[in-house]
Structure formats: structure tokens, C-alpha cells
Design a binder for this molecule. Sequence first.
Ligand code: GLN
Length: 485
Amino acid sequence: MYPFVTIGEYHAALNANITSCREAVVFYLSQIQQHTSLNAFVHVFEKDALEKADELDKKRIEGKSTGKLHGVVISLKDVLCYKDHPVTASSKILAGFQSLFNATAVEKLLTEDAIIIGTTNCDEFAMGSSNENSTYGPVKNFLDDSRVPGGSSGGSAVAVQAHLCMISLGSDTGGSVRQPADFCGIVGFKPTYGRISRHGLIAYGSSFDQIGVLATNIEDVALVLSVISGTDEFDSTVSNLPVEDYLSELQKPNSKKPVLGYFKQTLLHEGLDPEIKSTHLSLIKELETDGYEIKELDFDLLDFIVPAYYVLTTAEASSNLSRFDGIRYGHQETPPKDDLTEFYSANRSSGFGKEVQRRIMLGTFVLSAGYYDAYYTKAQQVRRLLCDQTKLVFNDIDVLLMPVSPSTAFKIAEKSNNPIEMYLADIYTVFANLTGIPAVSIPLFQHSNELPFGLQLMSKHFEELSLLRLGNELMKKHGPVKKCI
Ligand code: GLN
């Protein structure tokens, strides 16, 4: 078997001629083939990946300079554009659509010699927490195939979890990178809003969306993050702050221990699994013993964050998804109807799945004349309060600790008929998207039900390095997966 541990070790093995890019691609193609029942991939680019591997092997053997992600085998969530390859947002409405250009993040991966092996299944238009809302059917958790992998980047999480690729790029609007990483026992990193260009990422909620990285370890996240971050003339919301070399910074010794904090209310929440709660409390004690200063903080807005998130993201989605009407883009019903409005309606009714339709209607409603102030304006006010409070919190602490999800991976179909219950489970992840701060989910624990769960770390804007440092330290000391305390 091909033993992938980190990109660094893989590169050392390539340079020592112990392996080749072709061998890596062949290994992952056979893994994908063996695990089709997980339903993690929607398209596999076998021919392209093998050709690219050969090209890279030749380049390396000839002694030419190699990119930072030389031969790294990466999958893309089916919402990221890869020129001349299909992209469908796991929706029938985009069936048969091919990307006309590369997303900036994808372009940057390719410039550094990455190999794109395929696209991964997800909730339709990234709307969901279980990967059950996909036109391709549900993705299964590799640890227990009767359970969901989380969502919406469920295919990406399983692709990394089941060793179907080395790294996957996902998108995180309200937790879609961190929560599936949590359910699958891997690392999921969502950077600061604006750290990575959103150009070529199919939009869900544009003021929330951010590309994120799913990997087995923090070093790989650090490397990929420094490649895909940075300015871009195609995205006016991207930051022009210089991008750090996160991996080298990570490898330098860091003498100063960050001040940690947690919101009391997050651990007192009635929906939180008791074992997840007690494990977090024990970890806090252990960290104190290890010399960390930890502050217990008050957060009285907890009950408002999920409603605010769903009002604002559905409002943005209703506008973003209006372009998919079967004329400009997307699936067309046949035969076409004579009346244009009826034609749009027929195309959208059959092209979009139930959950997407629900959100478009909800978003249209909260933006409608009589209700705008009651819902949309109110939710914007909550967002403003959260941002103000976040600034104050990070005056006192460096890193905020939180659970990722109130439970471990649940059974397929367990919540699919109860959208409210599904939405409420996003309680710990949407905060980082409402405020734009970076957050990472690291796999540290194992529940008595044998499923993994992790710890979430958040910092102030553009302090990705603090998260990577602490995440790395905690994973080395407490991880990768520790039994519940
Ligand atoms: N579960 C959240 C939702 O359904 C998050 C989705 C996401 O981050 N793309 O909106």
C-alpha cells in the first residue's frame, strides 16, 4: 500500500525515488474504485491525473524546479470551477455544465504542481449538514456507512478520511468544512473571510462563503493555505494583507502560550451531548494544568446566531441562485413552455431539490417588502452585535475554544425530515462565518459510540497562524484520536 502521512514526507519519498507521482495517482484511483459505495466522488479525472503525474515525474527526474504542491493529489468539492471539467454543485440544474475557467484557488494549486483527481459530492449548492441533499444521493461515513459524513463538504471529508486523495478543498458558509471534518475524524480549516479568493466558487451566501481545506494533519493545511491565499483582481472582497509562509512559521519554536477562552453558554447548551461536554471540560482542566491561562466568558447571543445565519444566508442565496433559470444557465424542461415565467418556474421546480427550493423561498420571504425589517434588518443587527462582541473577546484572549457539533455523526435519514433540527445543529459553527473569523476543527477525541469528534479553535481575523500552531500542538499532545474522558 502507498503510505501517505504528510506532504513533506511524500516529497522526501519522491526525491529519494522511493515513489512517484504516477504511483500515488494509481493508488488513489484504485482506492476510489474500491470505495465507490461511499459515493464520495461525482467525477474522477483518471486520464488527466495520470497524464499530469507523468509530466511531473519527468520534470522532477530532469532536475527542473518543482512546485510547492508537486504531485499532491487533491480533490475539489463540486462547487469549485476547474476549467473544461464538469461542475454541478451536486444539483440537477447544472447537469452537463463544464467550467469555463479555473477558480483562483484551483489556478494556484495547478501553478504549484498539484494533481486534481476529481470532484467530490456535496449537499446541493452547499446547503446542508449531512450530505443527504445531493442529486447524486447521500455520501456515507467510512467509519460507519449507516451514518452521514456531515455536510455540506461530505464527499471531501470522506475522500480524505478513506484515503481516496491526500487533500480536499471544500467551502464553508456555516460550518461545511469543519463539521464534516469533525464527523470523519480529520482536520477542517476555514480561513478568515477574504483570505482566499472566492472567484470560481459557486456562490451560496457571498458574505459568508469561504474556501477551506480538509486534510489529515495541520502541516498540510498550513502548506496548502499559503498556496491558495492572497490577493486576486477577480474578487473585490479578498484581502491584500501579505500571506505568511504558514508551514515555516509553524516549524519555528513558539515560546509564548496563547491565552485561551470559552463561552460558558456553549458548554451549558441543552442540545450538547453529555460526553462531548464532559470531554471539553476535562480538556480545559488539562490545559490549565499544562500552564495555559483559560478564561470563562459570557456569551448571551448564542440563541440568536442560528436564526440570524439562516435569515441572512437564505436571503443571499435567493439572489445568488436567481441566475439558474434554464435560459442563462442550467437545466431546461422539454418541451419549452410558451410563457417565459412558466418556463422559468418549470425549469427551477424540477432542477432544484427540495432543500434549495425551501431556502430560496425563505430568502425571498425575508427580503419581501412587508417583512424586510422584521427579519433581514433584525438579522443584520444581530450580526453587527456579534462582530462588536467578537472584537472585545479577542482583546482578552487569543484563541476561543468551542465544540464543533453538538453530536457525533448521526444516522442517514435520522434528521432529513426535520430541517429545523438539522439547522439547530449548526449552533457552534455559524459564529465564525457570521463574524468572518478563522476557525479550525481538529480531531482529538473518540466517543463511547466509537465515533470521532473534535475541538474547534477560533482566533481574530487573519490570525490563522495562532490556530495552526495551537492545533498542531494539541494534535501532537492529545490526538489524533483520544478516548472520551
Ligand atoms: N449547514 C450549514 C447550512 O446548511 C452550512 C452550510 C455550508 O457551510 N455550506 O447552511
